[in-house]
Structure formats: C-alpha cells, structure tokens
Ligand binder design. Structure first.
Ligand code: AMP
Length: 187
C-alpha cells in the first residue's frame, strides 16, 4: 500500500480526540511510508493530518478544484498540489492516485466522498479497502444505518468486506494491508 486517500472534516469538531486522531494517523502514514492524498486544505482535520505527515518527512498530494480556490486556504507546503476543474474530477483523481481510503470524522463533504467510494467499490469500479477511523465511536450511527439496510434486504453484508473499522490508525492500516494482499492473491 503506497498511497492512501483521507476524507475528513474541514473543521476540527468539538472534541480534542478528533484532532489527536488526525495527527496520529499522519504519524502512522509517514512511519509506514504511505503517501497521503487528500483535499489540499489547511483547515480543520484536513490541515492536521497533512501537516503531521509533512512534519514527519512524509509525502502529501493535495487535489484542489479551481472552483474552490477563491475560498480555499491550501496547505502551502505540500509535496505536490494538483489543480482540477471541479469536484467530480477531484474525487476521480483522489481515487485514481490511491490504493485505499480512510475516513476520519467530518461533515457532509466527508460523507459524500465516503459513500461515493463505498458505492464505487460495490459496483466493482475499484477493489480498494475503505477504512473508518472510528474515533469516539463517531461512525457508530452510520454503521447502524448500513446494518439496517442489510437487515432490511437492501445490502448484502458479504458485499461489504472491503469496509474496515478501527479506533486505532495503526490497526486500521494493518487491516487494510491484509485486505489488499488477500485480494491480490484472489485476483
Ligand atoms: P466536510 O466534512 O464537509 O468538512 O468536508 C470535508 C471533505 O470534503 C474533505 O475530505 C475534502 O475532500 C472536501 N472538502 C470540503 N471542504 C473543503 C475545503 N474547504 N477545502 C478542501 N476540501 C474540502
């Protein structure tokens, strides 16, 4: 696993644990020599995770839609910044450049990116693992919602094996690597 795309809040949330988890993920990515791909901003958890990777000599690629530039505060120190035309192109580029995805707590932007990535996986558009960093049980309501769809016959739970959950960044990355290598043995 050479590159992971992180979706997370452009705000930091009200609990200190969210920022700590973002920074811890940044440390873990750089320790594992995994490049971070993300939305390019310096704000909120996006800023925390990217700055921490850079602080630990890791590599960070930011993908910024030109349409957001007037209101954007890009992280200036990134290894590489890619400017794209629009939000769809950003999502497509983020996905193409990554071997897996991790979602940290966030808002509507994070949910939109995460659900797109999950549904692309279910459609077989990509075969990459998707990890939820479940800080402070943030994703429990979302997992309950997905579980309800399984229970009510809208999702086959066996089709969600790519979706991995942990409160611990190290454990999450290890599980994503295991998923990736078991998938490579099958295909
Ligand atoms: P949200 O969870 O609503 O704060 O949105 C954060 C997610 O959407 C991130 O993973 C970004 O890829 C994208 N995003 C939302 N707002 C921004 C912003 N101001 N700058 C860059 N990316 C953003």
């Amino acid at each position: 696993m050479k590159s992971i795309c992180v979706y997370c809040g452009s705000n930091s949330g009200i609990r200190r644990e969210y920022s700590s988890a973002a920074r811890l993920l940044g440390v873990e990515l750089s320790k594992e020599h995994i490049q971070l791909v993300y939305g390019g901003s310096s704000s909120g958890l996006m800023g925390q995770v990217s700055s921490e990777v850079l602080k630990n000599s890791g590599k960070v690629i930011g993908i910024i839609p030109k349409i957001l530039l007037p209101n954007e505060s890009p992280n200036q120190n990134l290894t590489k910044t890619i400017y794209v035309e629009n939000m769809s192109e950003r999502k497509e580029t983020m996905s193409r450049l990554s071997d897996g995805f991790i979602a940290l707590p966030g808002g509507l932007g994070t949910y939109e990116e995460l659900f797109d990535t999950i549904s692309w996986a279910r459609l077989g558009i990509h075969k990459k693992p998707i990890g939820l960093l479940n800080v402070n049980q943030f994703f429990d309501p979302l997992l309950k919602m997905i579980e309800n769809s399984c229970k009510e016959g809208f999702i086959n739970r066996h089709s969600l094996k790519f979706l991995l959950v942990s409160e611990n960044p190290h454990e999450l990355i290890v599980n994503m690597k295991i998923y990736e290598s078991s998938r490579n043995q099958i295909t």
